[in-house]
Design a protein around this ligand. Structure first.
Ligand SMILES: O=P(O)(O)OC[C@H]1O[C@H](O)[C@H](O)[C@@H](O)[C@@H]1O
Length: 542
């Protein structure tokens, strides 16, 4: 059976019936009590990471129905079409081939062009890293959205692989405070600017690049120096040249912005971690691509995660998912995933333009553990919404070569604490604490005025709150590549079942157009023809 939307499959209705009959009341604690091998059954070893799904509201009949739903939706043929370079981004008439960027030389589509582009980019990155010759101590990467979040997240994650004496800075916001803050401590002769924009038309990026150039020239540098201190990464090389940048590393329209860190958009990553490590990042992602392409659906990590997302979003009705990376290096991962998931799957019409009768992308949000625990975890444990949580833990820390002796021992001990926190949170979400348990606990002194029964209600936890734990041996270029690719494919799986285009982003256009119309009004004060609120706000600003 081939259907273009999940609700056209007979298994959609069967899943609804199954949810009504038992899925709604599924209790993970009971499942552990009755299934001796639940952990083994519901964990998957994928390239570079281990996935524990056992604390989720899932059982074999549910997965079976979800897998049949996926087959009805032609998930495998949709995946194969994606990987074969079919124009799956229908509204823009483009193929979507970020997987080709990480295929080994000689394999994959467009291999010759991909390898030539990669080699040129890596050679340039190495020349910048040779700081004695390049004279560069600071690289300012100017880009936004997909031309910022991926590189910024990866460079943050792989700090242990960076070289001392070469600092990377990321400027994205059109708010001048972003650029001003970065420029404050920089010297023009030792600074390199990388202007990253797929389209080279993005207001924020062009504005920051213009201001950076003005700062550079005002610092006594000559126009002739601009060529050595400004490079671009873009698929619109003509626009970059017209902007006055001599060296542009180009790429292709079949690389989506939020999937572009593997392309020349990854230049700051390569400058930060070097060519060899960049190749490892690509190799890790490729290993996950192979897993996604060839592993049977029932053991396929991105498929399982995507199916669970559909189960939670469309049947349980959970509106958000929280990501809690227990590694400081991954603190920007939630922001990166917000673009990857919400820009990809935040859609309300199917491929034929029909309004969908079901929900698509959840809200994705989060914060590095253990910080999140001291902020919003209260709501995860006792709030009125059930929010599935994704824990990401890294077994071995890597603090860098400067951490030695007593400090190394202290930080290793802190890592144990970090891991214990991570495990404890998913345990607490699942276990909860019953009213009876809370009642038997001794009440704290401050609460003596409350009846023990009342206090016990405040101190009990419902439990049965689902979570997934992803475990990495170490946070390395290779494992990070695999982790990111896992998320990319999971997003694709959801989009394939929902029957939407995960690769366009028309929803960002209206605001851009209105901004362009409003901009002159901020100088001329003309509020004519505006809605009451916008006119009122404009006048207040002026
Ligand atoms: O790389 P650029 O062309 O400058 O685009 C930067 C970003 O802006 C757009 O508005 C889209 O929302 C993003 O998908 C894109 O990554």
């Amino acid at each position: 059976m081939g259907v273009s939307r999940c609700d056209q499959s007979p298994h959609w209705a069967l899943l609804q019936a199954h949810f009504n009959a038992s899925g709604r009341d599924f209790d993970v604690r009971q499942a552990f009590a009755t299934e001796a091998d639940r952990f083994a059954q519901w964990s998957v070893a994928a390239p570079e990471l281990f996935l524990d799904l056992s604390k989720n509201r899932i059982d074999a009949p549910t997965l079976d129905l979800l897998l049949q739903l996926a087959r009805d939706c032609g998930l495998e043929s949709q995946r194969d079409a994606l990987l074969a370079g079919a124009p799956v981004n229908l509204t823009e008439g483009r193929a979507v081939l970020h997987t080709a960027l990480r295929a080994p030389a000689g394999a994959g589509l467009h291999s010759e062009a991909v390898q030539a582009s990669l080699s040129a980019m890596l050679a340039y990155a190495e020349s910048v890293r040779d700081t004695a010759r390049s004279g560069i101590t600071d690289v300012v990467h100017i880009g936004i959205g997909g031309s910022d979040l991926g590189p910024a997240m990866v460079v943050g994650a792989l700090q242990a692989y960076t070289q001392p004496g070469l600092r990377l800075h990321f400027v994205s916001n059109v708010d001048g405070h972003d650029l001003a803050g970065v420029l404050r401590d920089l010297q023009a002769p030792t600074t390199l600017f990388v202007v990253a924009s797929k389209t080279f038309t993005t207001q924020e990026t062009l504005a920051n690049a213009l201001s950076a150039k003005a700062w550079f020239l005002a610092a006594g540098m000559r126009q002739a120096d601009v060529a050595r201190h400004f490079v671009a990464t873009s698929s619109n090389t003509a626009a970059a040249a017209a902007f006055g940048i001599e060296t542009t590393f180009g790429f292709w329209d079949w690389v989506g912005g939020r999937y572009s860190l593997w392309s020349v958009i990854g230049l700051p990553i390569a400058i930060a971690i070097g060519a060899e490590n960049f190749r490892s990042l690509l190799a890790g992602a490729h290993a996950m691509d192979e897993h996604f392409a060839h592993t049977p659906l029932a053991r396929n990590a991105p498929v399982l995660l995507g199916l669970l997302d559909v189960w939670y979003r469309n049947f349980h009705g959970f509106t958000s998912r929280s990501v809690a990376p227990y590694h400081q290096g991954l603190k920007r991962l939630p922001a990166y995933l917000q673009q990857l998931e919400m820009e990809s799957n935040g859609k309300r019409v199917d491929l034929q333009g029909q309004v969908l009768p079901y929900a698509t992308s959840p809200v994705v949000w989060g914060e590095a553990g253990s910080n999140g625990q001291h902020a919003y975890f209260q709501m995860l444990h006792q709030g009125t919404d059930v929010i599935p949580v994704e824990f990401i833990a890294v077994k071995k820390p890597n603090f860098g070569p400067h951490v030695q002796g007593e400090l190394a021992r202290g930080l290793a001990d802190q890592h144990q604490k970090l891991l214990a926190n991570c495990l404890a949170q998913s345990q607490a979400l699942m276990q909860g604490k019953s009213y009876e348990e809370a009642l038997t606990e001794q009440a704290p002194t401050a609460s003596k005025t409350l009846a023990p029964e009342v206090l016990a209600r405040h101190r009990s936890f419902p439990g049965n709150r689902p979570s997934t734990t992803m475990l990495l041996d170490a946070l390395s270029p290779r494992s990070l590549g695999a982790l990111i690719a896992l998320y990319e494919h999971r997003v694709f799986v959801c989009g394939a079942l929902w029957g939407i285009n995960s690769f366009d982003q028309w929803g960002v256009e209206l605001g851009k157009a209105l901004c362009n119309k409003l901009l002159p009004r901020l100088s001329n004060g003309d509020a004519g023809g505006l809605d009451g609120s916008t006119a009122g706000l404009l006048q207040k600003i002026l």
